[in-house]
Design a protein around this ligand. Sequence first.
Ligand code: PAF
Length: 277
Amino acid sequence: MEIIRSVADMRAWRKQAGKLAFVPTMGNLHEGHLKLVKAAREQADKVVVSIFVNRLQFGQGEDFDAYPRTFESDCEKLRAAGVDALFFPDERELYPRVKQDFNVEPPHIQNELCGAFRPGHFRGVATVVTKLFNIVQPDVACFGKKDYQQLHVIQAMVDDLNSPIAIVPVDTGRADDGLALSSRNGYLSAEERAEAPRLYRNLCAIRDGLLAGSHDYAALEKTARDDLSAAGWVVDYVEVRQADTLEIAHAGEKRLVVLAAARLGKTRLIDNIEVFR
Ligand code: PAF
């Protein structure tokens, strides 16, 4: 696996790569990322992964400096997964003028769901992904459904800006007890880890209610919020939304997604489940 640190070298490598699939990450890799890599391998001749902890998408009070940097073990995992190149720029390389005056501004959805609790987050994501797309110039890019709102923002951005990149959504990897794989699971104590699957169980309960024919989204959401709160979680949101647009779901909607974010101790977990009926 080639490790590429400069924009110029990345562009030069890309020229000889043929059909190229891209998996952008912030490192601290786990099985969920490797699932993205596997999906990427099925899409193209060559696979490039990036590792860049993007300051722009961290809000105040979100600890950018404490974000785990695990370069050596990440490289081992990527080599074993057959990745062809790792793009690993430093901040100076990606933000040469230090401050970023031009940003990619997502529409109103950036202020809803996770965006309501993380102001500026999706703008930071859209901006860095645009920069990475411009540098790596992939044909295909893989994003996990675990970050459903992020996937939606990126797909809408690519559509609206006519970017020549096919976005491939990849199903969420889960532990045997249902917990969505996430770098943040590493922050959970043993006790919290045992409690964490409650989030997914509540999403499944809402899914079952929807599939049984319920259109009372508010009641389903409230039951889940109450169950989580009673177990000591601090709930940011549990919402049933339209799967294709992430807009508010109305009764009778057939393609839905249930999204949730809640804090267990100091760790904020997110998850979602699609429901097509
Ligand atoms: O999902 C992530 O890890 C990040 O948001 C991404 C897409 C790599 C942008 O920094």
